[in-house]
Design a binder for this molecule. Structure first.
Ligand code: NAG
Length: 305
């Protein structure tokens, strides 16, 4: 019976941010502003790194890659949302929905991997300053980034293909502002056991591995900072690390909250707020957090103008 019904739903309705209709206008300008700030901020970083030869080091390459990923990540979600608010039409076609799901998972996971790579890079720079050039060879950096794209491209493909196997019969109202795994699973009228199993196992592995790498890197970094002789150097290093860690905590905290907590325990309203945090707020904050306390980056940006 399933295969006949498979094409019953040809489009979905994204209902996430449209219930309180009197705020639509405000939401539109708010998200447009956040989108523009994110795109401009991250593009400035990419341009600054590309045009300053003394920023051609692993740390800034990773930063530029993070900016590139963040621009793509937010662009899979916010433009569609803005168009839907403006045209007062919540629909998204089945294929657009799965495309959005694919790129959302891929860019989101690459983001996590890059944050982990950046933490490892700082760990090597702070704990093994003399071996830094050898340990972070350009080939290794390139390899790390390529592997991250390859693994996460496949990881995302797995979830998307499994989603494509499901049958959607009658319900097509997604209670979310973009096509995400859990809100889509809730609409399916077939068994979602395999999908949920893969989210918990493969998804959990892909989410936990970078998180654990980050925690371990920052633990070693903190120990190294505590052993620093000068109080001023200590304070400076600590403030940089704490701002990185706050972004990491915001990103991973909200991601884990949405994907790995039992769905009966929280309303989809808090899911939506958490999703806004990691899809819009952290990509917007990243360029500021990673550059504002960085003198080289500020000088590079000034030279740009
Ligand atoms: C990403 O990193 C690689 C090397 O590690 C670099 O060649 C490339 O230019 C970076 N990408 C961006 C967008 O900066």
């Amino acid at each position: 019976m399933g295969w006949k019904n498979k094409t019953t739903v040809s489009e979905f309705l994204l209902m996430g941010l449209f219930e309180g209709s009197e705020h639509q206008h405000l939401l539109f300008w708010l998200f447009l502003l956040m989108y523009l700030v994110t795109v401009i901020g991250n593009l400035l970083i990419i341009v600054a790194v590309a045009f300053n030869t003394h920023l051609h080091t692993p740390m800034y390459y990773f930063l530029a890659n993070l900016s590139f990923t963040d621009v793509n990540f937010i662009s899979t979600i916010v433009p569609k949302m803005l168009v839907n608010i403006q045209t007062q039409n919540n629909s998204i076609s089945y294929s657009d929905c799965l495309t959005q799901l694919y790129f959302f998972i891929m860019f989101g996971s690459v983001d996590e991997f890059l944050l982990a790579t950046m933490a490892y890079d700082r760990y090597v720079a702070i704990c093994y300053p003399l071996h830094y050039a050898v340990m972070m060879r350009p080939q290794l950096c390139f390899l790390l980034i390529s592997i991250s794209w390859a693994i996460n491209g496949l990881h995302s493909l797995l979830h998307t293909l499994l989603m494509n196997e499901l049958v959607f019969c009658a319900k097509n109202e997604i209670s979310h502002f973009f096509c995400d795994l859990n809100p889509l699973l809730k609409l399916s009228c077939t068994d979602i056991f395999i999908n949920e199993l893969m989210i918990l196992t493969i998804g959990g592995l892909a989410g936990m591995t970078p998180f654990i790498c980050i925690i371990i890197s920052y633990m070693y970094i903190s120990l190294a900072i505590l052993r620093m002789p000068s109080a001023k150097g200590k304070q400076k290093a600590f403030s940089t690390c704490s701002s990185h860690l706050s972004v990491v905590a915001l990103f991973f905290g909200t991601v884990f909250g949405v994907y790995f907590s039992p769905s009966s325990n929280h309303s989809s309203h808090s899911d939506i707020i958490a999703s806004v945090m990691y899809t819009v707020v952290t990509p917007m904050l990243n360029p500021f957090i990673y550059t504002l306390r960085n003198r080289d980056m500020k000088a590079a940006l000034q030279r740009l103008f």
